[in-house]
Design a protein around this ligand. Structure first.
Ligand SMILES: [Fe+2]
Ligand SMILES: [Fe+2]
Length: 386
């Protein structure tokens, strides 16, 4: 039998989620090269960088849905490869290319990527080895010229391929949006898998009013915007923001009942029962988020517990949630927009301002103020003076 000399195309990426841009690039490669095989190779997602990354099988299901809804549907040469995901570690492109080189000896091998990746190609580990085994195949973004890519040789695909960054799409999905860059088939797969916090949001909607839900989304949105600069995974910020008021609509009586039945522990619990039962929603919320939303992360629990009062020594995620809850879009006091603005370039100053605003509101409203709020205030003054 004569060896198949048709090319092999390898398309690596996170595909988290797969979008129309990915499918357009792959379809162009099929048209232009007529390969014997086109492999999508979803990479391993590191649990340290991502909060609860989607597994290979979850991403494969989305990829199958994307393929089924695109020009690639029914093409037997299109495959999904578990090579990178199966190694359960970050896999470098040179390893992936070497793997397919061994698998298809003699066939011209192409590694498919977006033209934006060409820029940094020479910083990739063992990039010369990639070029020895394969040719680079790239789709150009609108306005991007053939001369780009810092001189790295590559084959250009005919056509222009608008960019859609998976990280932006993930952010929008966390907030419950359905970006047009995702095919209906992919959105259906996301819903059926409960991915990108879909499951958590569905459970949350059963616990709180639509108005409260909108506030929770606004809180999540601000927390997500500020998260990267604080070194917090965006999904974790989103989950904390969505969940923080999940117990708020239980009301005073319901909160007392819930706190009793779950034997909640909180500083000055008896005083809260009597003087400010609604404050219980923070401690109850942490328990309810675990129980009903399935959020088991200890940092999220702490953030939800402390979002109303604050406390000295709060962790970064807790500080982020405290500020985002106070200053998110939809807050009608004038300081909210100022704190939002300030948080983007001086988070610590914005956090102190948030604490100040919260305390002045609490005092001007009259009634009992939880000592934790004042203790947070004092701890921030010590820091400033110390
Ligand atoms: Fe709250
Ligand atoms: Fe809130």
């Amino acid at each position: 039998m004569k060896a198949d000399k048709r090319p092999i195309v390898v398309y690596g990426g996170s595909f988290d989620p797969p979008h129309r841009g990915h499918m357009a690039l792959a379809a162009a490669a099929l048209r232009q090269l007529g390969p014997a095989r086109l492999y999508f190779v979803p990479g391993f997602r590191t649990p340290f960088k991502d909060f609860r990354p989607l597994s290979f099988s979850e991403r494969s299901r989305m990829l199958k849905a994307a393929i089924a809804g695109s020009a690639l549907a029914g093409r037997p040469e299109v495959k999904i490869s578990g090579f990178e995901a199966g190694l359960r570690r970050v896999v470098y492109t040179w390893e992936t290319v070497a793997h397919f080189r061994r698998r298809h000896p003699g066939a011209p091998l192409y590694f498919l990527m977006g033209s934006d990746c060409l820029e940094g190609f020479r910083r990739w580990r063992r990039w010369r080895s990639v070029l020895k085994d394969a040719k680079l195949l790239a789709g150009l973004r609108p306005g991007y010229s053939l001369k780009g890519g810092s001189g790295v040789p590559f084959t250009a695909l005919a056509g222009r391929f608008p960019e859609a960054a998976s990280s932006d799409l993930r952010g929008r999905l966390f907030l419950g949006e359905e970006p047009a860059q995702l095919q209906p088939e992919v959105l259906a797969a996301i819903r059926s898998q409960g991915a990108y916090l879909y499951k958590e949001r569905a459970a949350l909607k059963k616990l709180i009013s639509p108005g409260r839900y909108a506030h929770s989304v606004a809180t999540a949105r601000l927390a997500m915007e500020l998260a990267p600069a604080l070194g917090i995974p965006v999904q974790k910020a989103a989950a904390a923001g969505l969940a923080h008021d999940c117990a708020r609509d239980l009301g005073a009586a319901g909160l007392r009942r819930y706190a009793r039945s779950r034997r909640l522990k909180a500083p000055l619990l008896a005083r809260m029962y009597k003087e400010a039962p609604l404050l219980l929603h923070a401690w109850a919320g942490a328990a309810l988020a675990r129980e009903k939303l399935g959020l088991r992360d200890a940092e999220i629990a702490e953030a939800v517990r402390l979002h109303a009062t604050g406390a000295p020594g709060m962790a970064t995620l807790a500080r982020l949630l405290y500020l985002s809850d106070l200053a998110c879009e939809g807050r009608d006091f004038k300081e909210a927009a100022l704190i939002r603005e300030l948080a983007g370039h001086d988070f610590d100053a914005a956090f102190r301002a948030a604490n100040y605003v919260k305390l002045t509101h609490a005092f001007s409203g009259g009634g009992w103020v939880h000592p934790l709020s004042a203790e947070l205030w004092n701890s921030l003054q010590e820091k400033k003076n110390g």
